[in-house]
Each structure stands twice: as structure tokens, then as C-alpha cells.
Write a protein that binds this ligand. Structure first.
Ligand code: PMP
Ligand code: GLN
Length: 363
């Protein structure tokens, strides 16, 4: 869709990335780090100041302790954290449960390691998890359950009840949980993010994957991290060490300094809620239907009242005829399905959102 958007000079609300720059202070901190000798390999598990700053964040936000020495590893974005966690544990014949529609990097990593993806499908418009269905999907081959809260592409969040259900279902099993929490700071309407680390029995069997790209508007830097208790992290690092060894150093140092300044990530829910509200207000009289996103920077729009065209066809047609790019929801199911829904990214300047809304209102 990015390629098509460029070709047709379309407004691009498809792939999830901001069309504005990170705080210039953070950019200055990278330059400063480069001038201060942070130009050679970082330690394998990551720059220690950054690991300490991350540990402090978990203490403050979740009253949950991850030891910087043993429990936290800096990764090449959350993608590499997810890949290493899966590769460390999923072997031939193992089953991994995921919730669809799902972000696209889980299933290929499972397949590369010889595992089998078991999809639990969530249905719109509210996409709630039926935990009985999850219970039925669990068997002796189940090695891992991957959750994603807030969930891309559907903009839902897991409640405390959801996590308690997951904790109860995995109790007394060997199942590992991989919790993709890259949008942890992008939760709306006064709700708070429920991390697996808030639930001690769950935390004991879980990896948390996170990304600075989403939090500090720098997806192109590809710096993320993974937290897990030592026993799990030891296995993770055996993969990480020979996968990339370590991540680029000056950005780690800059992120450590920035994370140690108060409140940067606390501004994020308000910042993105304003954008969501602006976007939805601008399109409220359009023919699209929607339930406001509860988290992430994605909004689903249902076009059932407009056309019964397939979502891939419509998404392509909108780029060519209306110069507006989105992502068809069906691609996140990885099977033939059409819910008449498109995903729009609202991590854009207000001007971009206004220009996009002008187009949406003519469809
Ligand atoms: N998980 C989800 C749900 C995402 O939306 C993304 C962003 N593309 C990632 C993981 C990957 O994050 P990163 O860019 O840090 O690799
Ligand atoms: N997470 C972003 C999205 O869902 C994009 C990252 C990617 O394209 N790999 O659009």
C-alpha cells in the first residue's frame, strides 16, 4: 500500500508510522551520544543505562520488577524480540495460539521454527475474546500463546478480567505467553494498560515485547526491548546473541537519557486521543461506521453501507481514484474473509487527518 500510495500521490494512512518527527531533543541526544564515544558495539543484552531506565519504568508504572542485568534485552524493534522469543521456545510440532486479526510477524516466525499457528478468530464490531474457545484450543502441543494489547489492527485492549482468564488457563501448564505490548502507552478514554507483568503467575511465564518506535515516534530507528524472568530470558539471549548480537549503540544511549527525563511517555495517551477524536469528529457524517479505537493508533472503518466490494479491491481503488491509502482488514486474518472493514492509521499531523477526512466524506 505504501508503494501504491507513492505511485498515486495518495494521503497515506496505511502502514502504521507517524508522518511527523520525534522530539528534536531526542534527535539531539543521538548526536550527543555519537560525539561522546557511543559508536562501537553495545553489550549483547543492551546498553546498561537503557536497561536500568526500562526497569525503573516498570517499577513506576506497574510496580513490577525486572532486573536490568538478567531480565531485560534491547532488540532491533519489537519484531526481533518477538522472533527471538518464538525461536527460543517453539520447535517442530509445537502449537502457538494467536488472536486474529493479528499483526503479521507472528505466524511466519512460528512457521520458520516448524510450529503450527492455531488462530482464535475475534469477530467485530467489538472483537472480544471468548476464553472458552481459547480453552478448547489448548492441548498437549500448545507451547505458546501470543497476545497483543492494545491490539493492532482492531484497536481493542485486554481488560483485567481477560488477563485473569489467561492466567487461570495457563496455570499448571508449561505454556509460555508472549505479550506484544508495543502500544502500551497508547490507550484512550481514561483506561489503563494491563500488562501481563501486573499478574505474578502470568508474569512468571511471559515475555513482554515493546517498541520505542511507537512510544517516541521513531519507527525507523527500530529499537525495542524484551522483558522476562531470568529463566526465560536466558533462552531468549541464546537466540539474540547469534541473531544480531547487539543493537546500534548511540540510539540506545539517547533513549536511556530521554527515558530518564520525566513524563515523556505519559503524554502519549492524551496526544493520540486528540488525534483519534479529531479524525472521528471530522468523519462523523461520512457513510463509514465505526466504534472508536480503545488503543493503538489505528481506527477501523466499516464500509458496509457504501459498497459490498472486497476490502482489498476497495483499498486499491481508493488509492487510485481518491488518493487515499488504508489497509484492508482481511490481510490480518491471512485467509479469504471480507468484513467490509479498512484500517486507517491516525498517527498523522492534524493537517493530514483533515485532508484525509475531506476525502472520506466524499466516499
Ligand atoms: N507488534 C505490533 C502489534 C506492531 O504494530 C508493530 C509495529 N509495526 C510491531 C510489533 C513491531 O514493532 P517494531 O517496529 O518495533 O519492530
Ligand atoms: N506495525 C505497522 C503496521 O501495522 C507496520 C510495521 C510493518 O509494516 N512491518 O502497519
Amino acid at each position: 500500500m505504501n508503494h501504491l500510495a507513492k505511485k498515486y500521490d495518495a494521503i497515506n494512512l496505511s502502514q502504521g508510522f507517524p508522518d511527523f518527527d520525534p522530539d528534536s531533543r531526542l534527535i539531539d541526544l543521538v548526536t550527543k551520544a555519537m560525539h561522546s564515544g557511543y559508536n562501537q558495539y553495545a553489550p549483547m543484552a543492551g546498553n546498561m543505562e537503557l536497561r536500568e531506565a526500562i526497569a525503573k519504568k516498570y517499577d513506576v508504572l506497574y510496580q513490577s520488577s525486572y532486573h536490568p542485568e538478567t531480565d531485560i534485552t534491547i532488540t532491533a524493534g519489537a519484531t526481533q524480540a518477538i522472533f527471538c522469543a518464538i525461536s527460543a521456545f517453539v520447535k517442530s510440532g509445537d502449537e502457538v495460539i494467536i488472536f486474529r486479526p493479528a499483526y503479521d510477524c507472528y505466524e511466519p516466525a512460528i512457521a520458520l521454527n516448524g510450529g503450527k499457528t492455531i488462530s482464535v478468530t475475534l469477530d467485530g464490531p467489538d472483537y472480544q475474546v471468548n476464553w472458552n474457545t481459547v480453552k478448547e484450543a489448548i492441548n498437549d502441543h500448545t507451547k505458546m500463546i501470543i497476545i497483543n494489547t492494545p491490539q493492532n489492527p482492531i484497536g481493542t485492549i485486554f481488560s483485567e478480567k481477560d488477563l485473569l482468564q489467561l492466567q487461570a488457563l495457563t496455570k499448571d501448564t508449561n505454556i509460555i505467553v508472549l505479550s506484544d505490548e508495543v502500544y502500551e502507552h497508547i490507550v484512550f478514554d481514561g483506561e489503563t494498560h494491563k500488562s501481563v507483568c501486573l499478574f505474578p503467575d502470568l508474569k512468571a511465564r511471559s515475555f513482554v515485547a515493546a517498541s520505542f518506535g511507537k512510544t517516541f515516534h521513531n519507527t525507523g530507528w527500530k529499537v525495542g526491548y524484551c522483558c522476562a524472568p531470568k529463566a526465560l530470558m536466558d533462552e531468549f539471549r541464546k537466540v539474540h546473541q547469534f541473531n544480531v548480537f547487539c543493537i546500534n549503540h548511540p540510539t540506545q544511549k539517547a533513549l536511556a537519557d530521554y527515558l530518564n527525563e520525566p513524563d515523556h511517555y505519559l503524554e502519549l495517551p492524551g496526544f493520540y486521543q486528540k488525534k483519534r477524536d479529531l479524525f472521528l469528529d471530522l468523519i462523523k457524517t461520512s457513510r463509514f461506521r465505526f466504534t472508536p479505537s480503545k488503543g493503538t493508533y489505528f481506527q477501523l472503518l466499516d464500509y458496509s453501507a457504501i459498497t459490498d466490494e472486497g476490502d482489498v479491491d476497495l483499498a486499491k481503488r481508493l488509492v487510485k481514484e481518491k488518493q487515499l491509502a488504508s489497509i484492508p482488514l482481511s490481510v490480518f486474518y491471512n485467509k479469504e474473509i471480507n468484513n467490509n472493514v479498512l484500517r486507517f492509521c491516525f498517527a498523522k499531523t492534524d493537517d493530514t487527518l483533515k485532508r484525509a477526512a475531506d476525502i472520506i466524506n466524499t466516499i
